[in-house]
Design a protein around this ligand. Structure first.
Ligand SMILES: Nc1nc2c(ncn2[C@@H]2O[C@H](COP(=O)(O)OP(=O)(O)O)[C@@H](O)[C@H]2O)c(=O)[nH]1
Ligand SMILES: [Mg+2]
Length: 673
């Protein structure tokens, strides 16, 4: 732990606009790495450099920068805050030693951090909370801690208390050392005597800190019971040890905009943050040299850079990796700048060039070393929002699926599918902004302009009445003609059975070699029934027919089979079927009643709800909902639940749709044809 040049890899996470990118800028400034700070709103920060981020004045992907502070090399992954980019964040978190949750002192918004806290606790990633924007709030840190406590899986421990002049924060007392400081814009804080007004809060907060730490250390508990106050270095060691196991969440504060508390934050990380050895506990046994890709960049010129954490050993440029890919360039990444390097040691996060087949989350190891077991990877979040996409220019059509699979490699929370029912190319992701950013990239990096639409619902149709039908196809043209004659019986089948074809022909009325042709004709018809949709759940039996020694052919019987269906089906009382999905919605339990209303408002049926065992304080509502009502479900769900609600769904069955809703579907389909 005392290795002073050790690399420290940190992720900045937390809600949208809480100030992560600004904090990175401040860290680069106070460490002397940049001489002037940029602003997110001016589009000139080190973090938000990409076209897509500048257009939105907000991070849409993970960005990286490094700096040295007190001889430690910090590499910071600035993660996007929007829940729609949680997939990016989750992958990045797999490669860091520690996460800083940057939060706004906005008590109503603390819930938005729920998923993050759960993810960090679940993967035992050490994390601290940085209460940012203290320059513009009257909210007390103690209130903030109280509000965040039910959202965090691990206890929060204050490491500082604010000194105030009225509502305005002017400085803080460090609870570990007992020293008071006054903030100075840009410059470091200066030591002052703690004012009287803060002493009582200082005492309370320090007790809270020590008691929380004592929950994990019997020796500390005993000394507290005997009213012994531990030394500063001992307290540091207690914080360091509990943080390494992600048992407590130390809380610090400041203002990224005004560089308040940022030096203190870095100092604390030097003091408390676990080294790479702690993160390397995640390493599979026996691994010699191994890395993991935590983020993939496609550069403007189409080159690929895989940002990888080196977990063990040394990775060198030009090395051939496990699947035969040679590293084509190694880089240290500083925002959009890349500096070439030759090698990287365990603990570093660096860019590896041209690993064409390697995706985000993959484990890499030299081909000539022992095979590496894959490192645990973040499960991609379930797909919740989709567009059907189509190339705007005809000549681009062939490029669509290749480009789609490439961006899905970059970002595993995107998924591309060719829907066999609706014949549409569908891009799935996490929300409107996530998909729009992906489409912007497809246009800026692959020159691919796409048109998007709401994906079609795969309606089907079935019948409700049996019918017997005769059809004859007969044509006399010049030489020999065509002749096929069939009798069929069409019957409805139970829902979900599909299609059945039988024959009961006697005496060779339809010669055996033509029967498959009749079936082919029947199947051909099923692709679009009388209502214009694929027909399912029908049984067709060929009962009789006639043939002609010269004019009969497979083609003639196929046509006859088709004709019989075309005449029979409209008489079978056709009915529209719509897909119904099973939908499991996860939300903090106070939103459960709202979500039940949401489900019924979308023609859904709530089957029940129960507490989620793995996520305390959350419920899972199980329901069934028509797919036609689900396109923007995630948008309403998020607006009902402060952005945190999520769902998983899968096709369950087809169900009859009648009345006005069915009329609307049929009218829309007719218009389209
Ligand atoms: N007053 C104040 N504004 C801040 C602070 N930190 C960030 N901001 C502003 O909040 C906005 C969002 O910040 P940004 O760093 O993009 O947030 P991110 O989404 O977490 O990366 C920007 O306009 C920042 O200038 C702060 O400590 N105090
Ligand atoms: Mg940002």
């Amino acid at each position: 732990m005392s290795n002073s040049t050790e690399a420290l890899n940190i992720a900045l996470v937390g809600p949208y606009t809480s100030g992560k990118t600004t904090l990175l800028e401040s860290m680069l400034f106070v460490s002397g790495t940049i001489g002037r700070k940029g602003k997110v709103t001016d589009g000139n920060t080190v973090g938000d450099w990409s076209e897509e981020a500048r257009a939105r004045q907000s991070s849409v992907e993970v960005n990286t920068a490094s700096f040295s502070y007190r001889d430690r090399r910090f590499t910071v992954l600035d993660c996007p805050g929007s829940i729609e980019f949680f997939g990016e964040t989750a992958n990045a978190l797999m490669g860091v030693d520690l996460a800083i949750i940057v939060c706004t002192p906005d008590l109503a918004r603390v819930w938005t951090m729920g998923r993050l806290f759960k993810y960090l606790a679940q993967h035992e990633i050490p994390h601290v909370l940085f209460a940012n924007r203290m320059d513009e709030t009257a909210v007390r840190v103690a209130e903030l801690i109280e509000a965040v406590t039910p959202v965090s899986d691990r206890p929060l421990v204050p490491c500082q208390v604010a000194i105030r002049d009225g509502d305005q924060v002017t400085g803080y007392v460090d609870l570990v050392t007992g020293q008071a400081y006054e903030y100075r814009d840009q410059e470091g804080a200066v030591g002052v005597d703690a004012p009287e007004t803060v002493l009582e809060r200082q005492e309370d907060a320090r007790t809270q800190l020590l008691e929380s730490l004592a929950d994990f250390d019997d020796a500390l508990l005993e000394s507290l019971l005997e009213d012994e106050i531990p030394e500063t270095d001992e307290i540091r060691a207690y914080v360091r040890n509990t943080l390494a196991d992600a048992q407590v969440v130390p809380v610090m504060m400041g203002s990224a905009e005004r560089d308040w508390g940022v030096r203190r934050l870095l100092e604390s990380l030097v003091d408390f943050a676990p080294g790479g050895a702690v993160a390397a506990r995640r390493l599979p046994a026996g691994a010699d040299t191994v890395g993991q890709v935590v983020k993939t960049y496609i550069t403007q010129h189409g080159g690929k850079v895989s940002l990888a954490r080196v977990w063990a050993g040394t990775i060198e440029d030009g090395t051939v990796l496990n699947d035969g890919q040679r590293i084509g360039g190694m880089y240290r990444m500083q925002g959009q700048q890349q500096t070439k390097i030759d090698r990287a040691e365990a603990g570093e996060i660096v860019g590896l060039g041209r690993l064409e087949t390697i995706a985000t989350g993959d484990t890499v190891a030299p081909a000539d070393g022992p095979a590496a077991e894959p490192m645990p990877r973040a499960a991609p979040p379930p797909s919740v929002y989709a567009y059907s996409v189509r190339a705007s220019r005809r000549e681009d059509e062939v490029k669509v699926s290749g480009a789609m699979s490439r961006i899905a490699q970059e970002d595993p929370s995107l998924r591309f599918e060719q829907n066999p029912d609706t014949q549409e190319a569908v891009l799935w992701g996490q929300g409107e902004m996530h998909l729009k950013v992906a489409l912007d990239r497809l246009s800026s990096k692959y020159g691919l302009a796409l048109q998007t639409e709401r994906p079609k619902v795969a309606y089907k149709e079935a019948i409700r009445k049996p019918v017997a039908q005769h059809a004859r196809f007969k044509k006399q043209t010049g030489g020999h003609g065509q002749f096929g004659d069939v009798h069929i019986e069409v019957k409805p089948l139970p829902r979900g059975t599909g299609f059945e074809f039988q024959q009961k022909v006697v005496g060779g009325a339809v010669p055996r070699q033509y029967i498959p042709a009749v079936e082919a004709g029947v199947r051909d018809y099923l692709s679009s029934g009388p209502l214009g949709f694929p027909v399912v759940d029908v049984s067709v039996t060929l009962t009789d027919g006639k043939h002609h020694a010269v004019d009969s052919s497979e083609q003639a019987f196929k046509t006859a089979g088709r004709m019989a269906m075309a005449e029979a089906l409209p008489k079978c009382n056709p009915v529209l079927l719509e897909p119904i999905c099973e939908v499991r919605i996860s939300i903090p339990s106070e939103f459960t009643p709202n979500v039940q209303r949401l489900v019924t408002g979308r023609r859904g049926q709530v089957l029940g709800f129960q507490a989620r065992e793995d996520w305390s304080g959350w419920d899972e509502v199980t329901s069934q909902m028509p797919q036609a009502e689900m396109h923007d479900l995630i948008i309403e769900l998020r607006s009902l639940t402060l952005g945190v609600g999520t769902f998983e769904s899968q096709f369950d069955r087809l169900q009859e749709l009648t009345g006005r809703l069915a009329d609307d579907v049929l009218a829309a389909a007719k218009e389209e044809n």
